[in-house]
Write a protein of this length. Structure first.
Length: 65
């Protein structure tokens, strides 16, 4: 038997902060020129941002369109 902790659902605060960060990143990618191999003329989508319970860390999921 494995004794892994069940995952808790994200709080309303985590979800709201995640959405604010997602919108800010999307706006940043839209307005700023990105430099990197293969990024010229590519649209980038920020699909999700997961925020830690203490709101100190966030993981952004981005992908090219």
């Amino acid at each position: 038997m494995s004794r892994t902790k069940p995952k808790r659902a994200a709080s309303q605060r985590q979800l709201k902060v995640g959405e604010l960060i997602r919108h800010a990143l999307a706006e940043l990618f839209l307005k700023e020129k990105l430099y990197g191999p293969g990024l010229d003329g590519v649209s980038i989508t920020v699909s999700e941002v997961k925020v830690s319970p203490d709101l100190r860390n966030a993981t952004a999921f981005v992908s090219p369109m």
